[in-house]
Design a binder for this molecule. Structure first.
Ligand SMILES: *Cc1c(COP(=O)(O)O)cnc(C)c1O
Length: 221
């Protein structure tokens, strides 16, 4: 089942788009099935769950952290995490840098941007993000690498609204690239699109989709 669904999704993705298989709330055995079918990039949203699963699974998995990251959990994931999608403040970025320095690592990070209507979603507003980058303190952080942005569209049936929100993210990405990262090849990712809206995200230029339930089935909380 997982293998078929993974393949079905894969077949709809352009080859250059990275599939982050979101395995939160699903057991290590399910991840193993996807792994055996060739999937190597997995997304988790809780530090403790991620650390536990990592110990049970092969070392060549690239673990992406996609959930809200509390400062006191950073140290658990920094030794091995491949990318953090959910940097939502300069303070968090600086904290990740600090722990990454101790581990002698450079951590790939995405800036999470809030464009959805829901109040509860974390992230910078586009203006806050520009403001943070303009301030420039991030340039002194040597153990993080800003690789792009991540965002979520509103939970709505309104495809026009979802398209608009993804277009806003893509346009912000282009602005940031021009203003701050023109000479930085690493700044290239737009992480947007989930099970129900990733086709729309691809239309707007997503480079990374984070897909959970369409691969692993519904989550049981
Ligand atoms: C859970 C989650 C996903 C995956 O959602 P699905 O609807 O299961 O595809 C993607 N991104 C983030 C940030 C998530 O928390």
């Amino acid at each position: 089942m997982i293998v078929e669904q993974l393949k079905r999704i894969k077949d709809t993705l352009p080859p250059e788009v990275c599939l982050v298989a979101v395995s939160k709330f699903h057991p290590a055995e399910s991840i193993r099935e996807a792994y055996d079918a060739g999937q190597r990039v997995f997304g988790e949203s809780k530090a403790q769950e991620l650390v536990q699963k990592k110990t049970l699974l092969p070392d060549d998995i690239q673990w992406h952290f996609i959930g809200h990251l509390q400062s006191n959990k950073i140290k658990y994931i920094v030794p091995f995490v491949a990318m953090i999608h959910s940097i939502d403040s300069f303070k968090l970025l600086a904290e990740v840098d600090k722990f990454a320095a101790k581990e002698n690592r450079i951590i790939n990070c995405l800036l999470q941007i809030h464009v959805a209507k829901e109040e509860t979603k974390f992230g910078f507003s586009p203006d806050e993000c520009v403001g943070m980058l303009r301030e420039g303190l991030w340039r002194g952080l040597k153990n993080i690498r800003i690789c792009g942005i991540m965002g979520m569209a509103s939970l709505t049936e309104d495809q026009t609204q979802i398209r608009e929100e993804f277009a806003t993210l893509a346009s912000l990405f282009r602005d940031l690239k021009e203003m701050f990262f023109a000479d930085d090849a690493a700044f290239k990712e737009i992480s947007m699109g989930m099970s129900h809206d990733y086709q729309l995200a691809l239309e707007k230029g997503s480079t990374m989709v984070r897909i959970g339930s369409s691969i692993f089935g519904e989550r049981v909380y």
